[in-house]
Design a protein around this ligand. Structure first.
Ligand code: FMN
Length: 261
């Protein structure tokens, strides 16, 4: 038997390593569009869930056709749209507008602990019989361990909550992680955000059953054993429905005589 080249095992390992890494790289690149599509479906599902209209047995894309995605400038509350896309009813972001353009928040402004605030935000208008029935808003804020992300659905009256969907967080499972529990989230339905004089009255309390019916209309029960996460939820609501969040948007809508005005 001829002597093997002493470097043969080394070359074999090298070829195998190259082969495997090429395989992994190809798979990663090849799967990227699929992952992106899944992320998009997941996002739409969360928005539908917040609005309380998600149906398990129907394609998400079909259900999402009831929702119009718009972009607003947070500070002015005005819709951002180029005329062409607005005319088609599918307002999309003009190329010159970067969604990640953001500014650092001052410490006293940053009650939700998000550090930077984007200049623009998506808003999702949910239609029913050609009328805007509710609006779903993306919100986020610091809990005990993590930034929690949610969609909040508000009735077109701009004060009554229709639902919420916390979809990403790093809170402790069974404690703060219960923000994603559908049973807890269902307690948000029909609660109110703004008092008649326009203040953010919404709060998370230990037990709303101890409150008067007038107070309880603005209260959601906190998560047991997770007071700090619950406080984070309350402050993120105060932030996003306040002057730096979506309040200017609601002011604009009111000026126009409401969502269907
Ligand atoms: C391992 C561990 C994980 C915890 N995770 C959370 C959490 O995710 N959210 C939270 O608010 N509190 C969490 N806590 C509890 C807080 O430290 C604190 O005790 C609690 O928020 C007080 O809430 P309570 O007054 O409802 O008991 C955790 C505690 C431990 C020991």
């Amino acid at each position: 038997m001829a002597d093997e080249h002493p470097l043969k095992p080394f070359y074999s390992v090298l070829v195998l390593a190259f082969g495997c890494s090429a395989l992994v790289a190809t798979a990663a690149v090849g799967l990227a569009p699929l992952q992106e599509a899944n992320r998009s479906i997941d996002k739409k599902k969360n928005i539908l869930n917040a609005a309380g209209i998600y149906q398990k047995d129907k394609p998400v894309e079909d259900q999402f056709s009831a929702i119009e995605t718009r972009i607003i400038e947070l500070a002015s509350g005005e819709f951002v749209a180029n005329e062409e896309s607005a005319a088609k009813g599918t307002a999309q972001i003009p190329p010159a507008v970067a969604m990640d353009a953001s500014r650092e928040l001052k410490r006293e402004e940053d009650i939700a602990g998000i550090r930077a605030l984007e200049k623009y935000s998506y808003v999702y208008l949910v239609k029913n019989n050609d009328q805007i029935d509710q609006v779903v808003l993306p919100v986020r804020g610091k809990g005990l361990w993590s930034t929690m992300y949610a969609y909040v659905a508000l009735d077109s009256d701009m004060t009554t909550l229709r639902g919420v969907s916390f979809y990403e967080h790093g809170e402790t499972p069974g404690l703060g992680g219960e923000v994603e529990n559908p049973r807890w989230q269902s307690g948000w339905q029909n609660k109110k955000v703004y008092s008649p004089d326009g203040e953010v009255e919404f709060s998370i309390v230990r037990s709303s059953s101890e409150s008067s019916p007038e107070e309880a209309a603005y209260q959601v029960d906190g998560l047991s054993g997770a007071t700090l996460t619950s406080q984070g939820v309350e402050t993120l609501m105060q932030f996003w429905f306040g002057e730096h969040g979506f309040r200017p948007f609601f002011n604009q809508i009111k000026k126009q005589g409401g969502f269907n005005g």
